[in-house]
Design a protein around this ligand. Structure first.
Ligand SMILES: Nc1ncnc2c1ncn2[C@@H]1O[C@H](COP(=O)(O)OP(=O)(O)OP(=O)(O)O)[C@@H](O)[C@H]1O
Ligand SMILES: [Mg+2]
Length: 322
């Protein structure tokens, strides 16, 4: 089997909220707790889970936009966990991020050409003519016209802006792109176009993706493997069809059954999640899902389940998987 392009080992990240919460003092939010995963070249790994479960934190930590408190990140065989920003610089070209709302990351006062050229200039891509030629090539790759280079971001639709975000991300020929909810702000019809464009780019440019989404339908479309997160931990990871069709973790099952099924024959018994997700400032001991799990018993309350292989193509962190 080919070596992973990215390995995360036991990553943990706690945010120390600046505000004081009552007499208890500062709140520590455990956004990631012992997260491990491997990403293989050329694949798309989906990352799914409820709002606040730590998807964006994981994406940013993997790219060292946040420094993890503990654990290790290995990118293309190099341990980047404690690498200085200077040492990381040449690697930065190789790992890029795409965001949900490109307008937030695209300066409205600058022309599209300037915005896409920025990473090229920062990494000393070459002289003006070389940059201009690359810009035209990038526009072509993302399905925009070269004339668009002289326009401003507000002159584009949401889908087109995401194409600009992608052009910027692929400008330096990266190997890995972490896309944080890249289609969540778009209309459903446009979502499919962007997912398809990303798949085309992946094939043409040998890209590896981590694709963050809260929408399971998008994950099924975009990702061949998926990691399901709950309160800062990965509870299940594996082949997307295996995980979605026969979930092993009770949380995955609940997520899936929360999606309305239009075909009555295909409807499964619904697992309704009990209560609110607990606060990440005070996560439950043992299995973090035990307070809402229909199958929780004794040891679930005290003993944290580790991710273990379950069948051929997945791992699950549950004492009593489905
Ligand atoms: N910079 C920060 N400072 C303090 N707390 C943070 C920070 N970033 C995230 N958090 C907290 O960490 C937890 C995980 O947040 P994160 O943004 O990673 O979740 P998410 O899964 O991406 O959610 P969403 O689906 O809403 O984007 C949340 O409780 C969030 O409030
Ligand atoms: Mg997020």
């Amino acid at each position: 089997m080919t070596a992973p392009i990215l390995i995360a080992e036991n990553l943990s990240k706690t945010f120390h909220a600046g505000r004081r919460f009552g007499p208890g003092g500062r709140q520590n939010i455990q956004a990631l707790s012992n997260v491990s995963l491997k990403v293989y070249p050329g694949e798309t790994l989906g990352l799914v889970g409820e709002s606040g479960c730590g998807k964006s934190t994981l994406g940013r930590t993997l790219l060292k936009l946040y420094t993890p408190d503990a654990g290790k990140i290995i990118f293309q065989g190099q341990d980047i966990t404690r690498m200085s920003e200077r040492a990381l610089r040449p690697l930065r070209a190789n790992m890029q991020m795409v965001f949900q709302d490109p307008s937030a990351s695209l300066n409205p006062r600058r022309r599209v050409g300037d915005l896409i050229a920025e990473p090229l200039r920062v990494h000393n891509y070459g002289a003006r003519e070389k940059i201009q030629a690359r810009l035209e090539e990038l526009m072509h790759l993302v399905g925009l016209a070269p004339e668009h280079l002289s326009r401003f971001p507000h002159e584009f639709s949401g889908g087109q802006r995401q194409r600009i975000g992608l052009a910027r991300a692929i400008a330096l020929n990266p190997s890995l792109i972490i896309a944080d909810e890249p289609v969540s702000a778009l209309d459903v019809s446009i979502q499919a176009q962007i997912v398809n464009l990303m798949a085309d780019l992946q094939e043409q440019l040998d890209l590896t993706y981590i694709f963050i989404a809260h929408d399971l339908a998008v994950i099924r479309q975009a990702a061949e493997r998926v990691a399901v997160m709950y309160l800062g931990v990965i509870v299940e990871i594996g082949d997307t069809d295996t995980v979605m069709l026969t979930p092993a973790h009770h949380y995955t099952a609940a997520l899936i059954s929360a999606v309305p099924e239009p075909n009555p024959a295909a409807r499964r018994a619904r697992t309704i999640l009990q209560g609110e997700p607990p606060s990440p400032a005070n996560p439950p001991p043992g299995c973090r899902f035990h307070t809402r799990c229909p199958a929780a018993q004794g040891r679930c309350k005290t003993e944290r389940p580790e991710l273990r292989p379950y069948g051929e193509n997945r791992e699950v962190a549950c004492h009593f998987p489905l």
